[in-house]
Design a protein around this ligand. Structure first.
Ligand SMILES: C[S@@+](CC[C@H](N)C(=O)[O-])C[C@H]1O[C@@H](n2cnc3c(N)ncnc32)[C@H](O)[C@@H]1O
Length: 299
């Protein structure tokens, strides 16, 4: 299925900066994922406003090829949204969720409370899997989280170690130009406001993206297969888009009130973005975000 908006590639070439933000694991733990609100808003928007009838979790479940008895480790499990969907496919299996942020990990624990599949929860960083013996898992997943991990080569070495022979590691990420329409209105509004140059950076996912991930994984695994799929989010009302954008703006564009810019800067930025999104809705009926996403399947 092709969800491409005409002109989107030319827009990406013009809009997406070469340099990307680097967000530390400490900021992820203590600021962005200190509680589950931002994650909830993002998941809700990706799921509710999509136009691909197959959801992210549909794609992931297919790529995982589960028989139902596997032991699965989910790195950066967040609030357990993905695990809740995978869980029925592991009815006789075992799930371990690991996350650096206790707030979201607690949300995952509550989300899966009472399910018959045994679930364990561990607070920690994905580049230290010393809590697990060699060959402990049939599947390891890292869904939209690898870009936060401080030491990626160590993480991949550890994943290889804890995977059983014949097991699979699934790393899910995006192309850096995914949702370029959002970055376009964001950067255009910031240019109008003469925002500081350091705020013009690509998403931190560019650190390990669909474009450069295979070469980073190849030294650690015998086989790395790339699967991609597309989607397009369509917002017919600016408000749910802005709820989504707020999280992207602060987390994926590394800018938040109180750092180096006053709250008024962000109020004005949001007003300008709202105006551009409303103009697109008035013209086309909706504001579209074209998504290029996918996963590396490593064994
Ligand atoms: C964008 S969320 C994705 C959550 C979940 N995988 C999903 O797709 O819904 C990124 C998650 O990675 C976690 N995280 C960040 N750095 C981490 C690290 N070094 N080790 C483990 N988890 C980390 C965050 O706390 C957050 O829950």
């Amino acid at each position: 299925m092709d969800f491409r908006t005409p002109g989107v590639d030319a827009l990406a070439a013009r809009v997406i900066p070469d340099q990307h933000f680097v967000l530390s694991a400490d900021d992820a733990r203590d600021v962005y994922f200190a509680d589950t609100r931002m994650l909830d808003a993002k998941q809700l928007a990706h799921n509710r406003y999509r136009t691909n009838p197959r959801s992210l979790t549909d794609h992931l479940i297919e790529a995982l090829c589960l028989r139902g008895t596997e032991e699965l480790l989910d790195l950066g499990c967040g609030n357990g949204f993905v695990l809740e969907h995978i869980r029925p496919h592991l009815a006789s299996g075992h799930i371990v969720g690991l996350d650096i942020a206790p707030g979201v990990l607690d949300a995952a624990r509550h989300r899966l409370a009472g399910v018959a599949t045994p679930c364990d929860w561990l607070e920690g960083s994905a580049d230290d899997l010393s809590a697990f013996a060699d060959s402990s898992f049939d599947r390891v997943t890292a869904i939209y989280m690898a870009h936060y991990v401080p030491d990626l080569p160590r993480c991949f070495t550890e994943v290889r170690r804890v995977l059983r022979p014949g097991g699979r590691f699934l790393l899910c990420t995006d192309r850096p130009d995914s949702m370029v329409e959002m970055w376009d209105v964001h950067y255009t509004a910031m240019r109008e406001m003469n925002a500081p140059e350091h705020l013009f950076r690509a998403t931190p996912k560019a650190r390990i993206s669909l474009t450069n991930g295979a070469e980073q994984l190849a030294p650690h695994f015998t086989s790395v297969e790339t699967r991609t799929w597309q989607d397009q989010l369509q917002f017919a009302d600016p408000e749910p888009f802005l709820a989504f954008y707020r999280g992207q703006n602060h987390c994926c564009a590394s800018s938040k009130p109180g750092q180096d810019l006053p709250a008024e800067f962000f109020t004005e930025l949001e007003e300008r973005v709202r105006g551009k999104v409303q103009a697109a809705i008035d013209e086309d009926g909706y504001f579209a975000l074209t998504k290029y996403t996918g996963a590396f399947i490593c064994s």
